[in-house]
Design a protein around this ligand. Sequence first.
Ligand code: PMV
Length: 313
Amino acid sequence: MSSVAQACGKVILLGEHAVVYGVPALAVGIDRGARACAYGQDEGPSRLVIGGWNVSVQPDESHDLARAFRSMLDAASPMRPCTVDVETDLPPGGGLGCSAAIGVAIARAIDPHASADGVQALAMAWEQVFHGNPSGIDAAVSARGGCILFRKGDPIDPVRVRGSLQLCIGNSGVPSSTRAMVDGLARLRERKRDLVDESFEAIRALVQNGRLAIEAGDRGALGRLMDLNQMLLGGLFLSTPELEHMCGLAREAGAHGAKLTGAGGGGCAVALVPTRATADAVLAAWRGAGFEGFATSVATEARTVPHESGAAP
Ligand code: PMV
């Protein structure tokens, strides 16, 4: 028997990094993500295959992906060994929740009857191997899609989007490590606690207002909040010249606002745009400067699509 499942990637609209310290953040699922197919087998060890990355590992190997796969299998305890094939169209290290989307897709494929909370818990076992102490926002939004207000330790708070959110996402071309960026900010906070905590409090206010703007369908206000969030992230040394350049190009092309998304230090920028024509203008401006990008809108929740009798592996 086999089971196929999908999971969406994400962008953080407001609140990355502060979310690690208990401040809420707003994130949306996007229509790119990961897909996993799990095949139960009668004998032999389980195996994880990520075709596009030339990865094929068994749970007893020392590779991070093997360790993450092992912790997911330990938590899910499937009835039989299984081979899981994974594909993703998200860039790794791009701030789009690639590792969480893969974790959620695998969790859904090996445990098709798990609830969203169950899937999120399995994906966290996976994420902890890569990120040490992740806030959990990536796994939470990937397991649900749509728009959520996430606060560490609290139940997920879905946010109703009035109208739709049209976004452009562009890659600065510089991969970044979430763990390194989170650790770097922790070191800055050890030295300059007041400055960092003041920025976090300002971000908290932006997130609260961002929620109201999304619910009211006020995209101009949301864009301005994104710009302010970008300024604060820059002040915490999380932005880069490439990300600043991309945000400037997006605003000049008519975006309501733009910022880095995810860990920063490279990775992706996100711009909120009013129309498809503006999305095209932003993407053209980025392309002209050598940055690849794509347009997307808020994705709804992805679902497991079982094959055959739909039995779990
Ligand atoms: O870069 P990503 O997709 O891993 O997002 C990281 C978001 C952070 O707030 C920087 C870290 C976290 O665990 O929430």
